[in-house]
Design a binder for this molecule. Structure first.
Ligand SMILES: Cc1ncc(C[n+]2csc(CCOP(=O)(O)OP(=O)(O)O)c2C)c(N)n1
Length: 304
């Protein structure tokens, strides 16, 4: 069960901050009542505020899906890409302009099927970006088809007799790809998500954050109470340190009885992709600044 504190901790929440307000928009909310996306986006705004990220220094790259529809519900620069392609768009932006903090979001549908290849190569490339994996165990925007994380045996709209293959456990999967930052949290615990996201924001390489997300409309297998009865915190294990991949895999494996949340693994020493580019080592400028030196107006005339 998530821990509750009696008095509200405004230092942790950071909601009073003017910066937090800049991340808010007045767009109409289109998510269902009780959707995990509310909590996830709230935690992200808190984490950015507490880490003092000005909105001009952040780029949000969204996938297609219910999670992707968060693109107009957060203030700042946003890019809403193609289904399964949030990671290539985000990694391109972060390499073109390393001064930006690039935060990419995608669903379990997008990033465990259509775009699983991009996730694999982003982890091994250690791109300088953060990825929030919204795992609601189904393709929600298209009304409840089974995804690669749907539990075996569970009936979904596209498989009314029940899914017949075992699901992928995303955190365990990523831990097998030689990652540099892997964490898991739960959409019902905003404080924990905020804490995890703050650490992910500080990571200089590819920071993978899986959020176990409730979907009250289409995922009847794992509702809020199901998670509340099962989640445990790595922070509560005195002997746990996030520096041992084998241990991390062991604790991430169980998705039925004791579901561990927290930072499973981090390696801050590995250079990120940009730092590995030898030819850029002594350059003060970013690729974006270098491209600006070339006037392209004349070239574009051909297309106007
Ligand atoms: C290449 C491609 N395939 C399928 C679709 C149709 N589509 C749009 S949203 C969506 C569901 C997205 O599910 P998920 O990625 O899990 O995100 P969620 O809606 O659950 O947040 C699908 C299948 C599409 N737009 N593009």
């Amino acid at each position: 069960m998530p821990k509750t504190t009696k008095k509200s901790d405004t230092t942790l929440l950071g909601e009073k901050s003017g910066l937090y307000k800049l991340y808010e928009t007045d767009q109409v909310i289109t998510w269902c009542a009780g959707c995990g996306n509310y909590g996830i986006q709230n935690a992200l705004k808190r984490a950015l505020t507490l880490e003092n990220f000005d909105i001009k220094d952040v780029l949000f790259v969204f996938d297609i899906g219910c999670n992707g529809n968060g693109s107009d519900k957060i203030g700042g620069y946003t890019f809403h890409g193609l289904h399964g392609r949030t990671i290539p768009a985000a990694s391109g932006a972060s390499l073109a302009n390393p001064k930006l903090k690039v935060i990419s979001s995608g669903g379990d549908g997008a990033s465990m099927s259509e775009g699983i290849n991009h996730l694999v190569h982003a982890v091994r490339s250690n791109y300088p970006m953060m990825f929030i994996h919204h795992n609601n165990l189904n393709y929600a925007l298209t009304t409840g088809q089974a995804s690669a994380t749907t539990k075996r045996g569970f009936p979904m709209n596209s498989s009314p007799d029940g899914v017949i293959i075992d699901p992928i456990n995303p955190t365990e999967f990523v831990l097998n790809l030689n990652p540099t930052f892997v964490a898991r949290s739960f959409s019902g615990d905003i404080k924990h998500m905020t804490k995890i996201m703050r650490q992910a924001l500080k990571h200089k390489g590819f920071a993978y954050v899986e959020i176990l997300q409730v979907c009250p409309t289409y995922n009847k297998a794992t509702p809020q109470k199901w998670y509340l009865d099962r989640v445990k915190y790595l922070e509560d294990l005195k002997e746990y340190k996030p520096n041992n991949l084998e241990k991390a895999k062991k604790y991430s494996h169980d998705m039925e009885n004791e579901i561990y949340l927290g930072v499973f693994y981090k390696d801050e020493k590995q250079p990120n992709f940009y730092e590995r580019l030898e030819y850029r080592k002594n350059l003060q400028t970013s690729p974006v600044e270098e491209v600006q030196a070339y006037p392209i107006k004349e070239l574009l005339k051909e297309f106007t």
